[in-house]
Write a protein that binds this ligand. Structure first.
Ligand code: TPW
Length: 542
């Protein structure tokens, strides 16, 4: 077997289902092997950030490895931000970069795509991945591949594999299979008992669920746990979308002061809060003025379980959840609050507000069933909080612009279902062009472009400048050239009609360019930005 085959077979065996990529000369031999071996399907896109976002979204969607293959330098370095997103948001993304062969490196010339040194790229990726391997020795390569793919699965963070082009055909053994790390069952049981003591003693217990629940494929188990405990269960902002395919009752999504008061109180007034797989960060928590009382909180994250003053190291979330299910009993404190959504859009001639978009989507879902959503950063993500709870991929923590469209393509490839993509005009200007690949790849998302001709979120922070205003790009007119259908809507009636028509036509991507007056922002964004403004004013005073 050659090294390329060994790598591809290992990717498949460790859970990868497809590869997204853009070739270049340092990667051409590997890409040829990808195509000829047929071990994993290859989806090429147009721009490396899109490749990274699509592969990351596929990983998130099917809770297994996503793969992004690129060329050395210009390709890989072009993808750093997407890999950083995956690192911050705990997505198991495998980056495979072509590289110069050993003899080329010894020529003493600067090679094209080389930055400072030949290993500059490896050094850059060390900062945004949890394990790295350079496959420059066929004898050690199988163990090296096993080491990084194991880290990718267990830590659920990106890894980096550099594949010199002269190694692709090297003879090599097969890669050792995945061996899950062992956790001590007694530690999991002891920890579960301690958690139950805290929850039982609490007057107001609650369960806050974060992204690791999906990353480790635990949604069904956590739904069982939530139902057994019968206490209020909520998702974090970043965890929005998890448990959407289960029948566990959820009380809402915690957004601190940016969210609804009833939901906020359940978390902030809890005197026994179990946080499973939640990223502790400012978008999840910091916007809240009232701190969560960490003395009454258990936080399971990154294979550790922290109580106020002590911690269980090396205890994975799957092990803890299993141990909790074994001993969970009903605490009889189910939530008085449940998720509600606006429905029944008034299809009239009024101009469109973000809440109208959510209402129109809820009506569509009620009539035809839910769709998975990929959202970009911007007010579209806040308006997604008003949409019926459905699987969602979005950069809720790292908050980069750009994932919306490519992540939607990744979701459709992974889920095999038509997705809904939410994206602002600013973000569409960055990566919207990946839609041009839909026809060739057989994809047909429905794309809602929230066009307020502005970097609206920034306008909400900074009202007195003009550089956040954008030009009118007429995205709907461009859809045809990209191989899809586009329509521009100004009124609520036009929006409702356009959504129905988009749903009825599955033959191509459908882009609806929703014209939203600049002054209309969602209530959540309004609360979010005014809270952050107040906080930074306070910080400057003290
Ligand atoms: C890669 C900073 C955060 S939100 C925003 C910017 C520029 C404006 C988004 O405009 P859009 O949506 O897409 O029209 P909306 O609803 O606000 O009008 N560069 C990157 N990521 C981020 N987060 C920024 C800049 C930013």
């Amino acid at each position: 077997m050659n090294l390329a085959h060994a790598l591809l077979k290992a990717l498949h065996a460790y859970g990868a289902k497809e590869i997204f990529g853009i070739p270049g000369d340092f990667a051409l031999p590997f890409f040829k092997q990808i195509e000829q071996s047929g071990i994993l399907p290859l989806y090429t896109l147009s721009h490396e950030p899109g490749v990274g976002f699509a592969a990351d979204a596929a990983a998130r969607f099917h809770s297994t490895l996503g793969v992004a293959a690129v060329t050395y330098g210009a390709g890989a370095l072009n993808m750093v931000n997407a890999v950083a997103t995956a690192y911050a948001e705990k997505s198991p993304l495998v980056v495979i970069s072509g590289a110069p062969g050993a003899a080329e490196g010894e020529m003493g010339l600067g090679l094209h795509h080389q930055v400072k040194h030949l290993d500059s790229q490896l050094l850059v990726f060390r900062e945004v991945t949890c394990a790295q391997a350079v496959l420059d020795d066929p004898a050690s390569a199988p163990e090296e591949i096993a080491r990084v793919l194991t880290a990718c699965r267990e830590l659920s963070r990106p890894v980096y594999i550099e594949f010199p082009r002269d190694m692709v055909d090297a003879d090599c053994r097969g890669v050792p299979g995945y061996k899950p790390a062992k956790t001590l069952p007694v530690a999991a049981q002891d920890c579960a008992e301690e958690v139950m003591e805290l929850l039982k003693a609490a007057e107001r217990p609650a369960l806050l669920l974060g992204v690791e629940v999906r990353r480790y494929g635990l949604e069904d188990k956590v739904a069982t746990l939530a139902k057994k405990l019968a206490i209020p269960a909520l998702t974090s902002f970043m965890g929005r979308g998890i448990l959407a395919e289960t029948d566990a009752p959820l009380a809402g999504t915690y957004l601190g002061l940016a969210g609804e008061t009833g939901v906020r109180r359940l978390v902030e007034r809890a005197d026994g809060l179990l946080m499973l797989g939640v990223i502790l960060c400012d978008t999840n928590f910091g916007v809240s003025k009232r701190q969560i009382d960490m003395r009454h909180t258990v936080h399971a994250f990154d294979s550790e379980v922290r109580f106020a003053h002590h911690l269980y190291p090396s205890l994975t979330l799957p092990a803890l959840v299993d141990a909790l299910i074994d001993i969970a009993e009903p605490l009889g404190k189910a939530s008085p609050v449940s998720m509600t959504y606006p429905t029944g859009l008034k299809a009239d001639g009024d101009s469109i507000k973000p809440i109208d978009v959510a209402t129109a989507v809820n009506d569509l879902f009620a009539a035809h069933g839910k769709m998975p959503i990929a959202s970009d950063m911007g007010d579209c993500l806040f308006s997604a909080m008003e949409m019926v709870h459905t699987p969602l991929v979005a950069p809720g923590y790292y908050a980069t612009m750009g994932p919306g469209v490519p992540a939607g393509l990744g979701v459709q490839v992974a889920a095999g279902e038509r997705p809904l993509i939410l994206v602002g005009d600013g973000a569409f200007q960055m990566t919207g062009w990946e839609l041009g690949n839909c026809r060739r790849l057989g994809l047909n998302p429905i794309v809602l472009v929230y066009n307020n001709r502005a970097w609206g979120m920034l306008k909400a922070f900074q009202k007195d400048v003009s550089y956040n205003d954008l030009d009118d790009w007429k995205f709907a007119d461009m859809a045809k050239g990209l191989g899809g259908h586009g329509v521009r809507v100004h009124t609520r009636a036009e929006l409702a009609d356009a959504l129905q028509a988009a749903h009825a036509d599955t033959s191509q991507f459908r882009l609806i360019e929703i014209m939203i007056p600049r002054e209309f922002i969602s209530t959540t964004l309004d609360r979010f930005t005014s809270t952050i403004r107040k906080r930074s004013a306070l910080a400057q005073e003290t």
